[in-house]
Design a protein. Structure first.
Length: 349
């Protein structure tokens, strides 16, 4: 009996050692995939094809796991399930990727972007943050998403509340692709305009967050950018009480007034080469930005720049009265999707 137990114990130990050696020796293959740290792989593992939606990703992962399961149960020592559990690596071996993912504690309303906020200098030399304003917008936002997916990299999107209500499905694609979604007011007004009352400023901020929450089906990051970078001091103080991080920029691409894609690329590369690092302001709302981005991302990679992906530690806590306002403003839902021919039948001509 004792011998039998001992034998079983030896077999189990042997199996564990074999599995361990197998996993150890096979791991470097995954690490051979291009210039991404472990943190980066965890944060942004989707290849372009899978980046279309989170649903797609879930289906792929579930399917690949469900097949080997019975085999694994029969032969635990050989259990080749570790690779299936890893999300697919980036399909582009020369991708820009994500070098570092940072999580921001937004308590008290920290400010980023040296053009206005010089306190938090968290980027290392050659590090950039890609930011996109004013979306979601048909075609243009998707062009930006595709360029980012092709380079297996991530950005930060500041959505206009109204645009989020026009095109919620596009904003959900942004989120599903693993990007961070913040806000940019309800209607893109200049909050520093002297005609704006305190209540109007608050409404613009809160409605923006609630609209983006409604579009996403979950609260956005407590990240905000002032339209036209017009920082109303009272609004800055208010956002501080709401624990919202505020984003200015280190360099403006001026994509909205550029004549062509080349001009955007040259503006960004000239400025970043001078600064050495920084938060880059672009617009997924602009058609030319999507056109410039594939080349721009390759130029950044060639120049030795690395992308930092910014995430929020906790989601934004919307105010219930503004959430209710959004629901009330929404059009009546469509409750039947049957085709006209199924609903309306001609009984006499
Ligand atoms: Zn804007």
């Amino acid at each position: 009996m004792r011998n039998a137990l001992g034998l079983m114990l030896v077999s189990v130990v042997a199996a564990v050692v074999i599995a361990g050696v197998w996993f150890w020796t096979s791991s470097p293959r995954a690490d051979a995939a291009p210039p991404q740290t472990i943190a980066a792989r965890k944060a942004e593992p989707l290849p372009p094809a899978a980046a279309k939606s989170a649903a797609n990703d879930d289906v792929q992962v579930t399917a690949s796991l469900s097949k080997p399961a019975p085999m694994a149960a029969l032969a635990p020592a050989a259990a080749p399930i570790a690779p299936a559990q890893q999300k697919p690596a980036c399909a582009n071996p020369n991708a820009l990727g994500v070098a570092r993912t940072v999580v921001i504690d937004t308590s008290g309303g920290p400010g980023f972007g040296f053009e206005h906020f010089k306190h938090l200098d968290f980027l290392q030399d050659k590090e950039v943050v890609l930011t996109f304003d004013d979306g979601p917008w048909p075609n243009n936002t998707q062009a930006v998403l595709k360029a980012l997916a092709d380079e297996c990299t991530k950005g930060l999107f500041f959505s206009v509340g109204k645009h989020a209500t026009y095109h919620p499905e596009i904003l959900r694609q942004v989120l599903a692709a693993g990007h961070t979604v913040g806000t940019h007011t309800w209607s893109h007004v200049n909050l520093n305009n002297k005609k704006m009352t305190e209540q109007q400023v608050k409404d613009e901020l809160e409605k923006g967050f609630s609209a983006v929450k409604m579009a996403l089906g979950q609260p956005p990051a407590p990240f905000f950018r002032f339209p036209q970078l017009q920082h109303n001091p009272a609004a800055v103080a208010y956002l501080g009480t709401r624990n919202v991080a505020m984003f200015s920029t280190d360099l403006d691409s001026f994509d909205f007034r550029s004549k062509n894609a080349e001009q955007i690329i040259n503006t960004v590369m000239t400025k970043i080469d001078k600064l050495g690092k920084g938060i880059i302001l672009m617009h997924d709302f602009q058609k030319l930005t999507g056109e410039a981005l594939p080349t721009l991302l390759q130029r950044l990679k060639a120049g030795g720049y690395k992308v930092v992906h910014m995430k929020a530690k906790t989601p934004f806590d919307t105010l219930p009265e503004y959430d209710a306002m959004m629901v009330k403003d929404q059009k009546l839902p469509q409750i039947s999707s049957r085709p006209v021919s199924a609903v309306v039948q001609t009984v006499s001509d």
